[in-house]
Design a binder for this molecule. Sequence first.
Ligand code: NDP
Ligand code: 2IT
Length: 460
Amino acid sequence: MLESIHNIDVKAEIAKLKNLNCAEDDVFFQAMEEVLLSILPLFESDEFYTKMKSHSILKRLVTPDRIIKFKVTWFDDNQNVQVNMGYRVQFNNSLGPYKGGLRFHPTVNEGILKFLGFEQILKNALTGLPIGGGKGGSNFDPRGKSDFEIMKFCTAFMKELSKYIGPRIDVPAGDIGVGGREIGYLFSEYKKMTSSFEGVLTGKPSFFGGSVMRPEATGYGVIYFTRRMLELEGKESLEGKICTVSGAGNVALHAIEKLQQLGAIPVTCSDSRGTIYDARGVDLPLLKELKLQKRVSLEVYKEEHPEAEYIPVSQYPKEGHAVWTIPCYAAFPCATQNELTLLDANTLIDNGCHSVSEGANMPSTAEAVHTMLKSDMCLAPAKAANAGGVATSSFEMSQNASMSKWTRDEVDAKLEAVMIDICENVSATAKEYGVEGNYVDGANIAGFKRVSEAMMAETI
Ligand code: NDP
Ligand code: 2IT
Protein backbone atom coordinates (compact mmCIF):
# COMPACT_ATOMS: atom_id res chain seq x y z
CA MET A 1 0.00 0.00 0.00
CA LEU A 2 1.16 3.56 -0.75
CA GLU A 3 1.86 5.38 2.53
CA SER A 4 2.13 8.83 1.04
CA ILE A 5 1.35 10.45 -2.27
CA HIS A 6 2.04 14.08 -3.24
CA ASN A 7 3.37 14.41 0.32
CA ILE A 8 -0.10 13.63 1.65
CA ASP A 9 -0.40 11.05 4.43
CA VAL A 10 -2.91 8.62 2.91
CA LYS A 11 -4.03 7.13 6.23
CA ALA A 12 -4.63 10.60 7.71
CA GLU A 13 -6.72 11.61 4.67
CA ILE A 14 -8.84 8.47 4.97
CA ALA A 15 -9.33 9.13 8.68
CA LYS A 16 -10.59 12.65 7.84
CA LEU A 17 -13.14 11.21 5.41
CA LYS A 18 -14.18 8.70 8.07
CA ASN A 19 -14.82 11.51 10.55
CA LEU A 20 -16.70 13.44 7.91
CA ASN A 21 -19.19 10.77 7.10
CA CYS A 22 -18.96 7.39 8.72
CA ALA A 23 -17.53 7.59 12.21
CA GLU A 24 -20.11 5.14 13.56
CA ASP A 25 -20.82 3.18 10.38
CA ASP A 26 -18.37 0.29 10.27
CA VAL A 27 -19.60 -1.34 7.07
CA PHE A 28 -19.75 1.98 5.24
CA PHE A 29 -16.19 2.74 6.31
CA GLN A 30 -15.09 -0.75 5.20
CA ALA A 31 -16.56 -0.18 1.72
CA MET A 32 -15.19 3.35 1.46
CA GLU A 33 -11.68 2.49 2.66
CA GLU A 34 -11.34 -0.33 0.12
CA VAL A 35 -12.26 2.02 -2.72
CA LEU A 36 -9.98 4.83 -1.54
CA LEU A 37 -6.99 2.50 -1.22
CA SER A 38 -7.68 0.96 -4.64
CA ILE A 39 -7.79 4.26 -6.51
CA LEU A 40 -4.45 5.60 -5.21
CA PRO A 41 -2.63 4.81 -8.48
CA LEU A 42 -4.88 7.37 -10.21
CA PHE A 43 -3.51 10.12 -7.99
CA GLU A 44 0.04 9.62 -9.20
CA SER A 45 -0.89 11.74 -12.21
CA ASP A 46 -0.35 15.40 -11.19
CA GLU A 47 -3.11 16.57 -13.50
CA PHE A 48 -5.67 14.12 -12.12
CA TYR A 49 -4.67 14.85 -8.55
CA THR A 50 -5.09 18.61 -9.01
CA LYS A 51 -8.49 18.22 -10.66
CA MET A 52 -9.73 15.83 -7.96
CA LYS A 53 -8.58 18.17 -5.25
CA SER A 54 -10.09 21.33 -6.71
CA HIS A 55 -13.44 19.58 -7.26
CA SER A 56 -13.41 17.95 -3.77
CA ILE A 57 -14.39 14.73 -5.50
CA LEU A 58 -13.64 12.37 -2.60
CA LYS A 59 -15.60 14.38 -0.04
CA ARG A 60 -18.49 14.71 -2.45
CA LEU A 61 -18.42 11.03 -3.39
CA VAL A 62 -18.58 9.73 0.19
CA THR A 63 -21.38 12.14 1.16
CA PRO A 64 -24.91 11.08 0.14
CA ASP A 65 -27.01 13.71 -1.65
CA ARG A 66 -29.73 13.06 0.93
CA ILE A 67 -30.91 10.44 3.42
CA ILE A 68 -34.67 10.13 3.73
CA LYS A 69 -35.94 8.53 6.92
CA PHE A 70 -39.59 7.86 7.74
CA LYS A 71 -41.93 6.04 10.09
CA VAL A 72 -43.97 3.13 8.71
CA THR A 73 -47.08 2.11 10.68
CA TRP A 74 -49.20 -0.88 9.70
CA PHE A 75 -51.79 -3.30 11.11
CA ASP A 76 -50.68 -6.88 11.80
CA ASP A 77 -53.07 -9.85 11.57
CA ASN A 78 -54.18 -9.30 15.20
CA GLN A 79 -55.19 -5.72 14.38
CA ASN A 80 -52.30 -4.36 16.43
CA VAL A 81 -50.38 -1.37 15.05
CA GLN A 82 -46.75 -2.14 14.26
CA VAL A 83 -44.06 0.51 13.79
CA ASN A 84 -40.93 0.26 11.62
CA MET A 85 -38.37 2.67 10.20
CA GLY A 86 -38.11 3.20 6.45
CA TYR A 87 -35.14 4.72 4.59
CA ARG A 88 -33.98 5.80 1.18
CA VAL A 89 -30.37 6.90 0.72
CA GLN A 90 -30.18 8.94 -2.50
CA PHE A 91 -26.43 8.82 -2.82
CA ASN A 92 -25.32 10.09 -6.21
CA ASN A 93 -27.17 10.87 -9.45
CA SER A 94 -24.26 12.09 -11.58
CA LEU A 95 -24.72 9.32 -14.15
CA GLY A 96 -28.51 8.85 -14.03
CA PRO A 97 -31.52 8.55 -11.71
CA TYR A 98 -30.75 7.14 -8.24
CA LYS A 99 -30.93 3.37 -8.69
CA GLY A 100 -30.61 0.51 -6.22
CA GLY A 101 -32.55 -2.00 -4.21
CA LEU A 102 -34.72 -2.01 -1.11
CA ARG A 103 -33.76 -4.33 1.75
CA PHE A 104 -36.26 -5.55 4.35
CA HIS A 105 -34.31 -7.16 7.20
CA PRO A 106 -34.21 -6.54 10.98
CA THR A 107 -30.53 -5.49 10.75
CA VAL A 108 -31.24 -2.60 8.34
CA ASN A 109 -30.00 0.79 9.57
CA GLU A 110 -28.57 3.95 8.05
CA GLY A 111 -24.97 2.67 8.06
CA ILE A 112 -25.81 -0.52 6.14
CA LEU A 113 -27.80 1.44 3.57
CA LYS A 114 -24.97 3.96 3.16
CA PHE A 115 -22.52 1.13 2.47
CA LEU A 116 -24.89 -0.44 -0.03
CA GLY A 117 -25.68 2.91 -1.69
CA PHE A 118 -21.99 3.77 -1.97
CA GLU A 119 -21.15 0.41 -3.56
CA GLN A 120 -24.09 0.90 -5.90
CA ILE A 121 -22.66 4.17 -7.31
CA LEU A 122 -19.51 2.41 -8.54
CA LYS A 123 -21.31 -0.77 -9.58
CA ASN A 124 -23.80 1.17 -11.66
CA ALA A 125 -20.97 3.20 -13.19
CA LEU A 126 -19.25 -0.06 -14.22
CA THR A 127 -22.30 -1.16 -16.22
CA GLY A 128 -21.80 1.84 -18.54
CA LEU A 129 -25.57 2.44 -18.31
CA PRO A 130 -27.29 5.72 -17.30
CA ILE A 131 -27.94 4.94 -13.62
CA GLY A 132 -26.87 6.68 -10.41
CA GLY A 133 -26.59 5.09 -6.97
CA GLY A 134 -29.07 4.70 -4.11
CA LYS A 135 -30.37 2.15 -1.63
CA GLY A 136 -33.25 1.89 0.80
CA GLY A 137 -35.28 -0.41 2.96
CA SER A 138 -36.62 -1.04 6.40
CA ASN A 139 -35.89 -2.91 9.61
CA PHE A 140 -39.15 -4.78 8.97
CA ASP A 141 -38.61 -8.54 9.31
CA PRO A 142 -40.55 -10.46 6.63
CA ARG A 143 -39.78 -13.81 8.24
CA GLY A 144 -42.88 -15.44 9.72
CA LYS A 145 -45.23 -12.73 8.40
CA SER A 146 -48.41 -13.72 6.59
CA ASP A 147 -48.88 -12.73 2.96
CA PHE A 148 -51.51 -10.24 4.11
CA GLU A 149 -49.06 -8.64 6.57
CA ILE A 150 -46.43 -8.33 3.83
CA MET A 151 -49.03 -6.57 1.68
CA LYS A 152 -50.03 -4.25 4.54
CA PHE A 153 -46.41 -3.35 5.23
CA CYS A 154 -45.57 -2.73 1.54
CA THR A 155 -48.64 -0.53 1.18
CA ALA A 156 -47.68 1.56 4.22
CA PHE A 157 -44.03 1.78 3.13
CA MET A 158 -44.97 3.02 -0.33
CA LYS A 159 -47.31 5.68 1.10
CA GLU A 160 -44.15 7.43 2.36
CA LEU A 161 -41.59 6.36 -0.27
CA SER A 162 -43.80 7.52 -3.15
CA LYS A 163 -43.05 11.15 -2.23
CA TYR A 164 -39.41 10.77 -3.17
CA ILE A 165 -39.24 8.47 -6.22
CA GLY A 166 -40.07 8.64 -9.93
CA PRO A 167 -38.93 6.99 -13.19
CA ARG A 168 -36.46 9.84 -13.83
CA ILE A 169 -35.74 10.59 -10.16
CA ASP A 170 -35.15 7.41 -8.19
CA VAL A 171 -36.02 3.87 -9.22
CA PRO A 172 -35.84 1.27 -6.40
CA ALA A 173 -35.75 -2.52 -6.90
CA GLY A 174 -35.39 -5.61 -4.69
CA ASP A 175 -32.63 -6.82 -2.38
CA ILE A 176 -32.65 -9.08 0.70
CA GLY A 177 -36.26 -9.72 1.75
CA VAL A 178 -37.71 -7.93 -1.28
CA GLY A 179 -38.55 -10.04 -4.35
CA GLY A 180 -41.22 -10.06 -7.05
CA ARG A 181 -44.10 -10.37 -4.57
CA GLU A 182 -43.04 -7.31 -2.56
CA ILE A 183 -42.17 -5.23 -5.65
CA GLY A 184 -45.61 -6.15 -7.07
CA TYR A 185 -47.35 -4.83 -3.92
CA LEU A 186 -45.18 -1.69 -3.85
CA PHE A 187 -45.80 -1.02 -7.54
CA SER A 188 -49.56 -1.49 -7.38
CA GLU A 189 -49.81 0.83 -4.37
CA TYR A 190 -47.81 3.51 -6.22
CA LYS A 191 -50.08 3.04 -9.24
CA LYS A 192 -53.16 3.38 -7.05
CA MET A 193 -51.85 6.55 -5.41
CA THR A 194 -50.77 8.28 -8.62
CA SER A 195 -53.00 6.66 -11.29
CA SER A 196 -49.78 6.33 -13.26
CA PHE A 197 -48.53 3.03 -14.71
CA GLU A 198 -44.85 3.89 -15.02
CA GLY A 199 -41.44 2.33 -14.47
CA VAL A 200 -40.94 3.63 -10.95
CA LEU A 201 -39.63 0.28 -9.68
CA THR A 202 -37.74 -2.56 -11.33
CA GLY A 203 -37.96 -6.27 -10.66
CA LYS A 204 -41.70 -6.07 -11.23
CA PRO A 205 -43.68 -9.18 -12.15
CA SER A 206 -43.81 -9.30 -15.96
CA PHE A 207 -47.53 -8.45 -16.12
CA PHE A 208 -46.66 -5.09 -14.44
CA GLY A 209 -44.00 -4.43 -17.09
CA GLY A 210 -41.13 -6.26 -15.42
CA SER A 211 -38.23 -7.69 -17.40
CA VAL A 212 -38.77 -11.42 -17.89
CA MET A 213 -35.12 -12.06 -16.97
CA ARG A 214 -34.80 -9.81 -13.90
CA PRO A 215 -35.27 -12.66 -11.34
CA GLU A 216 -32.42 -14.64 -12.92
CA ALA A 217 -30.21 -11.69 -13.85
CA THR A 218 -27.97 -11.27 -10.79
CA GLY A 219 -27.19 -14.97 -10.34
CA TYR A 220 -26.73 -15.66 -14.05
CA GLY A 221 -24.59 -12.52 -14.37
CA VAL A 222 -22.22 -13.71 -11.63
CA ILE A 223 -21.59 -16.90 -13.58
CA TYR A 224 -21.17 -15.11 -16.94
CA PHE A 225 -18.60 -12.86 -15.27
CA THR A 226 -16.78 -15.79 -13.66
CA ARG A 227 -16.67 -17.76 -16.91
CA ARG A 228 -14.95 -14.84 -18.70
CA MET A 229 -12.61 -14.13 -15.77
CA LEU A 230 -11.43 -17.77 -15.71
CA GLU A 231 -10.78 -17.59 -19.46
CA LEU A 232 -8.83 -14.32 -19.15
CA GLU A 233 -6.78 -15.72 -16.27
CA GLY A 234 -5.97 -18.93 -18.17
CA LYS A 235 -7.82 -21.18 -15.71
CA GLU A 236 -9.94 -24.25 -16.46
CA SER A 237 -13.65 -23.75 -17.13
CA LEU A 238 -16.42 -24.48 -14.63
CA GLU A 239 -17.64 -27.56 -16.50
CA GLY A 240 -17.54 -30.67 -14.32
CA LYS A 241 -16.16 -28.71 -11.33
CA ILE A 242 -17.38 -28.81 -7.73
CA CYS A 243 -18.67 -25.37 -6.70
CA THR A 244 -19.87 -24.04 -3.36
CA VAL A 245 -22.59 -21.42 -3.01
CA SER A 246 -23.88 -19.68 0.12
CA GLY A 247 -27.40 -18.25 0.46
CA ALA A 248 -30.65 -19.70 -0.80
CA GLY A 249 -32.37 -16.57 -2.07
CA ASN A 250 -32.73 -14.84 -5.41
CA VAL A 251 -29.01 -14.56 -6.18
CA ALA A 252 -27.92 -17.97 -4.87
CA LEU A 253 -30.71 -19.98 -6.56
CA HIS A 254 -30.04 -18.47 -9.97
CA ALA A 255 -26.27 -18.78 -9.63
CA ILE A 256 -26.84 -22.47 -8.88
CA GLU A 257 -29.17 -22.74 -11.89
CA LYS A 258 -26.62 -21.27 -14.31
CA LEU A 259 -23.80 -23.36 -12.84
CA GLN A 260 -25.85 -26.50 -13.47
CA GLN A 261 -26.65 -25.36 -17.02
CA LEU A 262 -22.90 -25.05 -17.65
CA GLY A 263 -22.24 -28.56 -16.33
CA ALA A 264 -20.72 -27.51 -12.98
CA ILE A 265 -21.71 -29.27 -9.74
CA PRO A 266 -22.88 -26.84 -7.02
CA VAL A 267 -22.95 -28.86 -3.79
CA THR A 268 -23.98 -26.36 -1.10
CA CYS A 269 -26.42 -23.62 -0.19
CA SER A 270 -27.28 -21.94 3.11
CA ASP A 271 -29.79 -19.73 4.90
CA SER A 272 -29.58 -17.82 8.16
CA ARG A 273 -30.14 -21.03 10.15
CA GLY A 274 -27.85 -23.55 8.48
CA THR A 275 -26.06 -25.08 5.50
CA ILE A 276 -26.95 -27.94 3.16
CA TYR A 277 -24.10 -30.01 1.73
CA ASP A 278 -25.30 -32.44 -0.93
CA ALA A 279 -22.24 -34.12 -2.46
CA ARG A 280 -24.19 -35.29 -5.55
CA GLY A 281 -25.15 -31.71 -6.39
CA VAL A 282 -28.04 -29.76 -4.89
CA ASP A 283 -31.61 -30.50 -5.96
CA LEU A 284 -32.59 -27.12 -7.44
CA PRO A 285 -36.32 -27.79 -8.07
CA LEU A 286 -36.66 -28.80 -4.41
CA LEU A 287 -34.73 -25.73 -3.24
CA LYS A 288 -36.97 -23.45 -5.29
CA GLU A 289 -40.06 -25.09 -3.84
CA LEU A 290 -38.78 -24.73 -0.26
CA LYS A 291 -37.48 -21.17 -0.57
CA LEU A 292 -39.62 -19.44 -3.21
CA GLN A 293 -42.98 -21.13 -2.58
CA LYS A 294 -43.11 -22.60 0.92
CA ARG A 295 -40.58 -20.15 2.42
CA VAL A 296 -39.33 -22.70 5.00
CA SER A 297 -35.97 -23.53 6.58
CA LEU A 298 -33.37 -25.46 4.56
CA GLU A 299 -33.48 -28.18 7.20
CA VAL A 300 -36.59 -29.51 5.39
CA TYR A 301 -34.31 -30.43 2.42
CA LYS A 302 -33.13 -33.47 4.41
CA GLU A 303 -36.66 -34.90 4.52
CA GLU A 304 -36.37 -35.50 0.74
CA HIS A 305 -32.63 -36.20 0.73
CA PRO A 306 -31.61 -37.91 3.98
CA GLU A 307 -28.12 -38.55 2.55
CA ALA A 308 -27.41 -34.81 2.37
CA GLU A 309 -25.77 -33.11 5.35
CA TYR A 310 -27.49 -30.29 7.26
CA ILE A 311 -25.12 -28.20 9.38
CA PRO A 312 -26.95 -25.81 11.74
CA VAL A 313 -25.34 -22.42 12.43
CA SER A 314 -24.51 -23.56 15.99
CA GLN A 315 -22.09 -26.13 14.51
CA TYR A 316 -20.20 -23.71 12.24
CA PRO A 317 -16.46 -23.26 12.83
CA LYS A 318 -15.72 -20.42 15.23
CA GLU A 319 -15.54 -17.19 13.17
CA GLY A 320 -16.22 -19.14 9.98
CA HIS A 321 -18.98 -20.42 7.75
CA ALA A 322 -19.70 -24.12 7.08
CA VAL A 323 -20.02 -23.60 3.30
CA TRP A 324 -16.38 -22.53 2.94
CA THR A 325 -15.06 -25.69 4.64
CA ILE A 326 -16.19 -27.80 1.66
CA PRO A 327 -13.35 -28.22 -0.89
CA CYS A 328 -14.29 -26.68 -4.25
CA TYR A 329 -12.92 -25.35 -7.54
CA ALA A 330 -14.95 -22.12 -7.36
CA ALA A 331 -16.82 -20.46 -4.49
CA PHE A 332 -19.80 -18.09 -4.69
CA PRO A 333 -20.79 -16.15 -1.57
CA CYS A 334 -24.39 -15.07 -2.34
CA ALA A 335 -26.03 -14.38 1.06
CA THR A 336 -24.95 -11.22 2.86
CA GLN A 337 -22.12 -8.86 3.88
CA ASN A 338 -19.02 -10.13 5.71
CA GLU A 339 -20.09 -13.77 5.52
CA LEU A 340 -16.63 -14.88 4.31
CA THR A 341 -13.99 -14.24 6.98
CA LEU A 342 -10.21 -14.45 7.13
CA LEU A 343 -10.53 -17.98 8.51
CA ASP A 344 -12.77 -18.91 5.57
CA ALA A 345 -10.39 -17.34 3.04
CA ASN A 346 -7.48 -19.34 4.43
CA THR A 347 -9.56 -22.54 4.40
CA LEU A 348 -10.53 -21.97 0.76
CA ILE A 349 -6.90 -21.33 -0.22
CA ASP A 350 -5.65 -24.39 1.71
CA ASN A 351 -8.30 -26.52 -0.02
CA GLY A 352 -7.09 -25.43 -3.48
CA CYS A 353 -10.03 -23.20 -4.46
CA HIS A 354 -9.29 -21.36 -7.74
CA SER A 355 -11.80 -18.54 -7.68
CA VAL A 356 -14.20 -16.65 -5.44
CA SER A 357 -16.99 -14.64 -7.08
CA GLU A 358 -19.01 -12.31 -4.89
CA GLY A 359 -22.74 -12.57 -5.62
CA ALA A 360 -23.70 -10.80 -2.39
CA ASN A 361 -22.65 -7.21 -1.69
CA MET A 362 -19.29 -7.07 0.17
CA PRO A 363 -19.56 -10.70 1.39
CA SER A 364 -15.83 -10.89 2.22
CA THR A 365 -14.28 -9.09 5.18
CA ALA A 366 -11.41 -6.67 4.43
CA GLU A 367 -8.89 -9.17 5.85
CA ALA A 368 -10.34 -11.97 3.70
CA VAL A 369 -10.08 -9.80 0.55
CA HIS A 370 -6.48 -8.92 1.36
CA THR A 371 -5.54 -12.57 1.86
CA MET A 372 -7.31 -13.82 -1.26
CA LEU A 373 -5.64 -11.12 -3.38
CA LYS A 374 -2.23 -12.29 -2.19
CA SER A 375 -3.02 -15.89 -3.20
CA ASP A 376 -3.15 -17.49 -6.64
CA MET A 377 -6.93 -17.52 -6.76
CA CYS A 378 -9.06 -15.10 -8.81
CA LEU A 379 -11.34 -12.80 -6.83
CA ALA A 380 -14.35 -11.28 -8.61
CA PRO A 381 -15.55 -8.33 -6.48
CA ALA A 382 -19.26 -7.80 -5.89
CA LYS A 383 -19.56 -4.43 -7.59
CA ALA A 384 -18.43 -6.04 -10.84
CA ALA A 385 -19.63 -9.65 -10.50
CA ASN A 386 -23.18 -8.96 -9.31
CA ALA A 387 -23.86 -5.96 -11.57
CA GLY A 388 -26.05 -8.07 -13.88
CA GLY A 389 -29.06 -7.47 -11.65
CA VAL A 390 -28.95 -3.71 -11.81
CA ALA A 391 -27.96 -3.79 -15.50
CA THR A 392 -31.13 -5.76 -16.23
CA SER A 393 -33.05 -3.27 -14.08
CA SER A 394 -31.75 -0.60 -16.42
CA PHE A 395 -33.00 -2.65 -19.39
CA GLU A 396 -36.38 -2.82 -17.63
CA MET A 397 -36.37 0.98 -17.32
CA SER A 398 -35.71 1.26 -21.06
CA GLN A 399 -38.53 -1.15 -21.84
CA ASN A 400 -40.94 0.76 -19.61
CA ALA A 401 -39.96 4.16 -21.01
CA SER A 402 -40.59 2.95 -24.55
CA MET A 403 -43.67 0.87 -23.55
CA SER A 404 -42.07 -2.17 -25.20
CA LYS A 405 -41.26 -5.74 -24.19
CA TRP A 406 -38.12 -7.72 -24.85
CA THR A 407 -37.97 -11.53 -24.98
CA ARG A 408 -35.97 -13.71 -22.59
CA ASP A 409 -33.39 -14.45 -25.26
CA GLU A 410 -32.91 -10.77 -26.06
CA VAL A 411 -32.40 -9.82 -22.40
CA ASP A 412 -30.18 -12.83 -21.69
CA ALA A 413 -27.94 -11.93 -24.64
CA LYS A 414 -27.71 -8.30 -23.44
CA LEU A 415 -26.97 -9.45 -19.89
CA GLU A 416 -24.19 -11.76 -21.01
CA ALA A 417 -22.69 -9.02 -23.20
CA VAL A 418 -22.71 -6.49 -20.38
CA MET A 419 -21.06 -8.94 -17.94
CA ILE A 420 -18.32 -9.81 -20.44
CA ASP A 421 -17.79 -6.12 -21.09
CA ILE A 422 -17.49 -5.32 -17.36
CA CYS A 423 -15.08 -8.23 -16.85
CA GLU A 424 -12.83 -7.19 -19.74
CA ASN A 425 -12.89 -3.52 -18.71
CA VAL A 426 -11.99 -4.39 -15.10
CA SER A 427 -9.18 -6.69 -16.22
CA ALA A 428 -7.78 -4.13 -18.69
CA THR A 429 -8.00 -1.32 -16.11
CA ALA A 430 -6.08 -3.40 -13.56
CA LYS A 431 -3.38 -4.00 -16.15
CA GLU A 432 -3.23 -0.31 -17.15
CA TYR A 433 -2.67 0.76 -13.52
CA GLY A 434 0.00 -1.83 -12.76
CA VAL A 435 -2.10 -4.27 -10.73
CA GLU A 436 -2.71 -6.96 -13.36
CA GLY A 437 -5.05 -9.73 -12.20
CA ASN A 438 -6.38 -7.64 -9.28
CA TYR A 439 -10.08 -7.35 -10.15
CA VAL A 440 -10.85 -5.52 -6.89
CA ASP A 441 -8.60 -2.57 -7.75
CA GLY A 442 -9.57 -2.79 -11.43
CA ALA A 443 -13.29 -2.49 -10.59
CA ASN A 444 -12.80 0.33 -8.10
CA ILE A 445 -10.60 2.33 -10.48
CA ALA A 446 -12.83 1.82 -13.54
CA GLY A 447 -16.05 2.67 -11.65
CA PHE A 448 -14.49 5.66 -9.94
CA LYS A 449 -13.08 7.07 -13.18
CA ARG A 450 -16.49 7.08 -14.84
CA VAL A 451 -18.41 8.68 -12.00
CA SER A 452 -15.70 11.21 -11.10
CA GLU A 453 -15.50 12.40 -14.70
CA ALA A 454 -19.23 13.16 -14.63
CA MET A 455 -18.96 14.84 -11.22
CA MET A 456 -16.20 17.13 -12.46
CA ALA A 457 -18.50 18.34 -15.25
CA GLU A 458 -21.33 19.27 -12.84
CA THR A 459 -22.26 22.68 -11.49
CA ILE A 460 -21.73 23.19 -7.78
P1 NDP B 1 -32.82 -12.96 -0.61
O1 NDP B 1 -33.60 -12.30 0.46
O2 NDP B 1 -33.53 -13.51 -1.78
O3 NDP B 1 -31.90 -14.11 -0.03
C1 NDP B 1 -30.97 -13.86 0.97
C2 NDP B 1 -30.40 -15.18 1.42
O4 NDP B 1 -29.31 -14.94 2.31
C3 NDP B 1 -31.38 -16.03 2.19
O5 NDP B 1 -31.07 -17.37 1.98
C4 NDP B 1 -31.14 -15.62 3.63
O6 NDP B 1 -31.50 -16.61 4.58
C5 NDP B 1 -29.64 -15.42 3.61
N1 NDP B 1 -29.28 -14.39 4.59
C6 NDP B 1 -29.69 -13.12 4.62
N2 NDP B 1 -29.18 -12.46 5.67
C7 NDP B 1 -28.42 -13.36 6.30
C8 NDP B 1 -27.62 -13.30 7.44
N3 NDP B 1 -27.48 -12.17 8.18
N4 NDP B 1 -26.94 -14.42 7.78
C9 NDP B 1 -27.05 -15.54 7.04
N5 NDP B 1 -27.81 -15.66 5.95
C10 NDP B 1 -28.48 -14.59 5.59
O7 NDP B 1 -31.75 -11.86 -1.07
P2 NDP B 1 -30.92 -11.79 -2.42
O8 NDP B 1 -30.58 -13.15 -2.90
O9 NDP B 1 -31.62 -10.86 -3.32
O10 NDP B 1 -29.61 -11.04 -1.92
C11 NDP B 1 -28.44 -11.75 -1.49
C12 NDP B 1 -27.25 -10.83 -1.58
O11 NDP B 1 -27.08 -10.40 -2.93
C13 NDP B 1 -27.32 -9.53 -0.76
O12 NDP B 1 -26.03 -9.17 -0.35
C14 NDP B 1 -27.83 -8.51 -1.78
O13 NDP B 1 -27.48 -7.20 -1.42
C15 NDP B 1 -27.05 -8.97 -3.01
N6 NDP B 1 -27.56 -8.57 -4.31
C16 NDP B 1 -28.84 -8.82 -4.68
C17 NDP B 1 -29.29 -8.47 -5.95
C18 NDP B 1 -30.64 -8.81 -6.44
O14 NDP B 1 -30.90 -8.59 -7.62
N7 NDP B 1 -31.53 -9.37 -5.64
C19 NDP B 1 -28.41 -7.74 -6.86
C20 NDP B 1 -27.06 -7.60 -6.41
C21 NDP B 1 -26.68 -7.97 -5.16
P3 NDP B 1 -32.94 -16.58 5.29
O15 NDP B 1 -33.91 -17.02 4.22
O16 NDP B 1 -32.85 -17.55 6.42
O17 NDP B 1 -33.16 -15.18 5.76
O1 2IT C 1 -27.36 -4.61 -5.03
C1 2IT C 1 -27.96 -4.51 -6.12
O2 2IT C 1 -27.36 -4.25 -7.18
C2 2IT C 1 -29.40 -4.74 -6.13
N1 2IT C 1 -29.97 -5.06 -5.10
C3 2IT C 1 -30.18 -4.53 -7.38
C4 2IT C 1 -30.44 -3.08 -7.63
C5 2IT C 1 -31.38 -2.78 -8.78
O3 2IT C 1 -31.76 -1.61 -8.86
O4 2IT C 1 -31.73 -3.65 -9.57
